[in-house]
Write a protein that binds this ligand. Structure first.
Ligand code: SF4
Ligand code: SF4
Length: 754
């Protein structure tokens, strides 16, 4: 193994395969200890630039629709397109090979290079060649591979796998690269700046380009009608790899084929903007190989005619195409927006949140599709927060893919009497009872909340005893360092009944607040505050019965349980819709179920579309009514009367933001006269049950650190601000990180009424 430049003394390759959970946990520790600062800096820079670059695209949504349509059609017609491409490549004078497996692809490339007696090949960045482990296959027969991409060059020197699909060495700080080069090369150069490092690497690479007899590239897209290849890069090394040597081999997955060269235009607009936030990368090449220009002839070598080979690789992709869920991953254009906009990825990067080749939220589907399901275990780090979804240029529902992977991994578990009995007792669907106890514990929050509130005194007294916490940690994996929120003595339903005298379930017209189980059993006073606030602007508000909605179960991959719950709650909500009521949901993750995720669970039931159109977050609805009726919110909710003060730090919930239901809260608070500073982190890191899980506690707190830092920054001028958050788990995370009270926006507004 290579000498390590890593205080944790782990080479990322050792923990690349996550089929053993221990590897995942070690990888998290290693990345938190060594890589996190560089990953955060680089991904967050890409992410900020992406927001700016896509924000300047007037037709961003139309471009995404078009990109999705092109990919949908291309994957639907893939066998025909591959045939057409083969004919185009051959008509151009090139060679074409369709490799069924990674080994087939490697063998073909090895044979071509051996036939040409190639001793040194230069290679551009290609995730597909990482997938096939091409370098190892070639080096095994004595062919030296020179990675020509600077980041890949660094990784080759370090003997590490990429940690990011666009910027493979983004986990390296400049200082770590200096230390690595100093250790691996004999040089007196200082190598203290980016320029010095780049110049040093460039001189080595130049020699390789001159000496190489063949070049291997990937392909961002391939046009079936012409055999043209689109290559997007920032260093120019791919252009040299594909044009200098006489032999050029392009290796790509079959999913890269699109019908026509004209389709490239949409992706040229979207790919660099979505990845690094650049309007255009420094080099965009559209090649029509074999090229006509004479290849470079190094001194002492004889000129050879050009030869081009296109190696398309299946390696599980046809199976993915037939898969009812994973087919969607084939639309991926590997832009990395889903990595850079993911708070968990921003904290640990692809050596933890990734497998042997692919990383991030989309990486699990790729590892499962081209490798084995258990290799995709790192997809556990996807909390289904959904922040990546609106940023994906081909609109892939990444959390849904990961929830399905989780379900498959649950199904693959051994069954046991304990798990079955616990599942039967707590309400898991029979299919989900092989899921680990931890998943069934968190997935059946409704049952636990119901029992807990029925015996709140006893439950609260006992759950925080050291013995009980240690039992909960060892049996259910609930980390003992997390403060458990107390069960309320009365549920939201009970409080509502007592205050209004109306039985939950009455149906006059107006608004119905869904008694989501998280608020009903976790924060009933918050629910009552929301009712008071909506009534204060003249709305007629009733409360629905409390029923589980499927959110908790779905996040654990217990999709059949979630389906049963969605099918049970939908008719109850439909009765309110049919009676002309709008549905208001306090917990944003439940709002996201109604607006978006029920489409996966209600199978064509038109209730889902009605729910999507008629459900609201409370302050979103308040703002809508205030706008429509010209209400003076400063008069109704005078900030000056708020006992919490007027200076606020507000953190909105991730799913609230992807439901476009977050900015309205800030609008309402400011209209009422509050001074609001908002957080800009993608996610607080708690993400429902994620932060409670013993194995992910450190990671969850590390993700939260960005949010805590923003609070501290906001506090610097004028002293501590009142912490305000919309999601229950955000409350818990902010409380854990800042150690002070957190209030809901509805509670703030309600406090001004008293
Ligand atoms: S849903 Fe959230 S946690 Fe999952 S990949 Fe997307 S951004 Fe990351
Ligand atoms: S899933 Fe979407 S956002 Fe993620 S890399 Fe692929 S195309 Fe980009």
């Amino acid at each position: 193994m290579a000498t390590l430049v890593n205080p944790a003394d782990i080479n990322p390759r050792q923990v690349a395969n996550k089929s053993d959970k221990k590897a995942l946990l070690e990888a998290i520790r290693m990345t938190l200890g060594v890589q996190s600062a560089a990953i955060r800096l680089n991904t967050q820079t890409f992410n900020r630039n992406r927001y700016a670059a896509t924000g300047r695209l007037a037709d961003y949504d139309q471009l995404k629709d078009r990109a999705r349509q092109i990919k949908e059609q291309a994957i639907a017609n893939l066998p025909g397109l591959v045939e057409q491409l083969e004919a185009s490549v051959r008509a151009n004078g090139g060679h074409f090979y369709l490799a069924k497996t990674a080994a087939d692809a490697n063998a073909y490339i090895r044979d071509v290079l051996m036939r040409h007696e190639v001793k040194l090949v230069v290679k551009g960045k290609s995730m597909t060649s990482e997938e096939t482990k091409l370098n190892h296959a070639l080096e095994a027969v004595g062919i030296k591979v020179a990675e020509s991409d600077l980041a890949e060059f660094i990784l080759q020197v370090a003997d590490e796998q990429p940690s990011h699909i666009v910027a493979p060495a983004l986990h390296y700080s400049r200082e770590r690269i200096t230390a690595l080069f100093k250790r691996k090369f004999t040089t007196d150069l200082p190598l203290d700046t980016g320029e010095e490092l780049t110049k040093f690497a460039r001189e080595i690479l130049r020699e390789q380009f001159i000496a190489a007899d063949a070049g291997i590239s990937g392909a961002n897209l391939i046009a079936a009608d012409s055999g043209s290849i689109m290559l997007v890069e920032s260093e120019g090394n791919i252009r040299m790899t594909t044009t200098l040597p006489p032999v050029h081999i392009a290796i790509a997955g079959i999913e890269k084929v699109v019908p026509s060269r004209t389709d490239f235009a949409t992706f040229i607009e979207l790919l660099p903007r979505s990845g690094t936030g650049q309007p255009l990368t420094s080099y965009v090449s559209i090649l029509h190989p074999p090229l006509k220009a004479t290849p470079f002839v190094a001194p002492g070598k004889t000129a050879k005619p050009r030869e081009f080979h296109m190696v398309l690789i299946d390696n599980g992709r046809s199976r993915m195409r037939e898969d009812p869920v994973l087919y969607e991953a084939l639309y991926c254009i590997r832009c990395s927006a889903c990595l850079n906009s993911c708070a968990n990825f921003e904290t640990v990067g692809g050596h933890a949140f990734g497998g042997e080749t692919y990383s991030g939220g989309i990486g699990g589907s790729w590892e499962a599709g081209t490798g084995t399901l258990m290799n995709a275990r790192f997809s556990e780090l996807c909390t289904a927060c959904s922040r990546c979804v609106p940023n994906c240029p081909v609109r892939i529902d990444i959390p849904w893919l990961n929830e399905n992977l989780r379900q498959r991994m649950n199904f693959a578990q051994e069954s046991s009497g304990t798990k079955s009995a616990f599942g039967a007792l707590t309400g898991s669907a029979p299919e989900d009872r092989t899921a680990p106890l931890q998943k069934q514990f968190f997935g059946n929050y409704s049952a636990l909340g119901k029992w807990g509130t029925e015996v709140a005194g006893l439950a609260n007294a006992s759950t925080n005893l050291p013995g009980a916490r240690s039992m909960m940690e060892s049996v259910f994996g609930v980390d003992r360092r997390r403060t458990l929120p107390p069960f309320p003595k009365k549920t939201w339903e009970q409080l509502y009944r007592e205050e209004s005298g109306v039985k939950p379930g009455a149906l006059p017209t107006g608004v119905v607040m869904l008694a989501d189980v998280f608020t009903n059993y976790g924060a009933p006073e918050r629910g009552m505050a929301a009712i008071r606030v909506l009534r204060a602007i003249g709305l007629d508000v009733v409360l629905s019965p409390a029923m589980p909605d499927g959110r908790a179960a779905m996040s654990q991959g217990m999709i059949e349980t979630a389906r049963l719950q969605a099918r049970a709650i939908a008719p109850m909500l439909r009765r309110y819709l049919d009676a002309g009521r709008k549905i208001v949901v306090l917990e944003p993750s439940v709002l996201a179920m109604l607006r978006r995720d029920f489409k996966h669970l209600l199978d064509g039931d038109d209730t889902q579309a009605l729910l999507a159109q008629n459900s609201y977050e409370p302050l979103e609805y308040l703002w809508k009514i205030a706008q429509e009726q010209g209400l003076d919110l400063a008069q109704t909710f005078p900030a000056a009367k708020c006992p919490h003060g007027t200076r606020l730090f507000y953190h909105s919930h991730c799913q609230q933001r992807t439901c476009n239901a977050a900015t309205q809260t800030v609008d309402v608070l400011r209209a009422a006269g509050f001074d609001v500073v908002t957080s800009s982190v993608e996610c607080c890191g708690m993400a429902g049950s994620f932060g409670y899980k013993h194995e992910y506690y450190e990671m969850s707190m590390a993700v939260g650190e960005d949010l805590f830092a923003q609070v501290r920054q906001a506090d610097q001028e004028g002293g501590p601000r009142t912490l305000v958050a919309s999601g229950i788990s955000c409350h818990e995370q902010l409380f854990a990180g800042m150690g002070r009270e957190v209030v809901h926006p509805a509670e703030l507004l309600a406090s001004t009424l008293e």
